[in-house]
Design a protein around this ligand. Sequence first.
Ligand code: IDP
Length: 152
Amino acid sequence: MARTERTFIAVKPDGMNRGILGNIISRFEAKGYKLVGIKTLVPSKQLAEEHYSALKEKPFFKDLVDFITSGPVCAMVWEGEQVVVTARKMIGETNPLSSAPGTIRGDFAVDVGRNVIHGSDAVETAQREISLWFEQGELTAWEPTSAVWIYE
Ligand code: IDP
């Protein structure tokens, strides 16, 4: 069922250090999505390189891996109808200066290398990223009492 679609969201070290994790979580909660996994960690180089493996030929790959491993990341899994594409809309464009006000990057970031948040770009990518960052036992299946007020 589409309502059980899941996406992987990570608040990067810049977002953590700037104290905007709560604001970001609030946006996904207020939208009506369900948090099914959350943890903080400083990612290993191996995890970061695997996560961004599609970008390994890019000139900014080393800086990206150095940055994402430089401090805490809050890794999350959010669930709900069309959550992958909707989260990307809520996040904004890769370049924060191209991101509309009201989006997370539009509201909180300037530089592409400090764009505060990651969100999976497709359902298949989300599945790969979730299994990379989380063990099965770290995810919680639950039904919020608010579900009847969010889904018809
Ligand atoms: P996305 O995060 O919007 O999905 P991707 O193209 O997958 O964008 O790139 C992953 C991350 O790599 C971006 O969020 C950004 O932090 C960084 N990045 C992308 N393009 C550039 C660039 O041109 N210069 C520096 N960093 C970049």
